[in-house]
Design a protein around this ligand. Structure first.
Ligand code: AHR
Length: 340
């Protein structure tokens, strides 16, 4: 494996190499950049981050940046794909040309990776997938994956809702649910939607009043929630947002419409991520439940690289353990100690 007989690449990269991906960009060519990758004791990691859409994503990027520092022995090249798979594919191809030691990718969607990952494999560059998953014909195209079980998160939320309604004596009542989905085709959307769909199947009295895509962003979720409110009015018992950013956007639209939510409110609000802001909103009773999705994957990815460097075989898939939070579980001390 390449990681064991690597060329060490230049520390100069960390000090500001411009890896320009745009056509006609005035930055360095791959050849120039490669020339700068001189002998060095640092390990070069090319990281293709899918975007910057949410607080969760910011924490995830930070975790990688804080881990792969020069002091820790790394040159880290970060490319933000701005939610576009084609940008991630271009970034991966550039990393291959630069002969980086490892490629780390947080894929925007699950499908469409076979070709570019085959190119990485052929070039002998190990690929570590983080957060969302890739759906490829041949799983030898990536070395390891670490992230969350998004379906388990959805199921956790749905089981919580079922118990919550029962505790309120509302288990027989007709329940109208509004669902704001994340980026279609992403693991986080697929798993959390699957969890809800199962709940809808197993509870005859649960009805889907509206389902729209909020793209995991506050702005889009606010926009679609306004549209939903125009269509369905205030007949909403449950709002299921697939991340905290969407929940904040939807809350804004509900505020504008004068509809209350959270503990004692008109609408039961379910969110995912348990970011600092999300947990604070939950502690204050604005969200009824927040299902955890841990973004701190930097150290986990580094552990995989350490194992590869030591000639060991890492676990092919590593699921991070997660839980959910209700307002009564939360304190300010707990939230500020979590680090995201
Ligand atoms: O893939 C993880 C999801 O992506 C997080 O729930 C969300 O906030 C992010 O945008």
């Amino acid at each position: 494996m390449k990681g064991l007989s690597r060329k060490r690449t230049a520390a100069v990269l960390a000090a500001g190499l411009c890896l320009c991906l745009a056509p006609g960009c005035g930055g360095q060519t791959e050849e120039n950049a490669k020339e700068e990758l001189m002998e060095s004791s640092l390990i070069t990691v090319g990281f293709s981050q899918l975007g910057n859409e949410s607080d969760w994503r910011v924490a995830n990027t930070e975790s990688v940046k804080e881990t792969f520092t020069e002091e820790n022995g790394y040159n880290l090249l970060v490319e933000d794909a701005q939610q576009k798979q084609e940008n991630q594919i271009t970034a991966i191809r550039n990393f291959i040309l630069l002969e980086v030691d490892y490629i780390v990718i947080a894929p925007v969607v699950e499908t469409g990776w076979d070709e570019v990952l085959s190119e990485a494999k052929e070039a002998g560059v190990p690929v570590i997938v983080m957060d969302r998953q890739v759906d490829v014909e041949d799983d030898s195209l990536y070395t390891a994956w670490v992230g969350s079980d998004m379906y388990a998160e959805g199921k956790l939320a749905v089981d919580w809702l079922s118990d919550y309604l029962e505790a309120q004596g509302r288990q027989e009542e007709d329940i109208s649910i509004v669902h704001i989905q994340g980026t279609l085709g992403s693991s986080a959307q697929i798993g959390r939607t699957e969890g809800l769909d199962e709940g809808l199947k197993t509870h005859e009295n649960w009805h889907l009043a509206a389902r729209e895509v909020g793209e995991f962003t506050q702005a889009k979720a606010c926009e679609v929630m306004r549209e939903i409110l125009e269509e369905v009015g205030d007949d909403i018992d449950v709002l299921y947002c697939e991340n905290d950013s969407e929940a904040f956007g939807a809350m804004q639209a509900l505020d504008e419409a004068g509809i209350t939510y959270g503990e004692g409110g008109d609408v039961i609000l379910i969110s995912f991520d348990a970011t600092e802001a999300g947990l604070r909103a939950c502690m204050e009773g604005e969200m009824n439940v927040n299902v955890e999705c841990n973004p701190l994957h930097g150290p986990r990815v580094e552990e995989i690289i350490r194992q590869l460097e030591a000639g060991e075989e890492p676990e092919k898939e590593e699921y991070v353990e997660e839980t959910l939070f209700e307002p009564e579980d939360l304190t300010e001390e707990f939230i500020s100690a979590r680090g995201y």
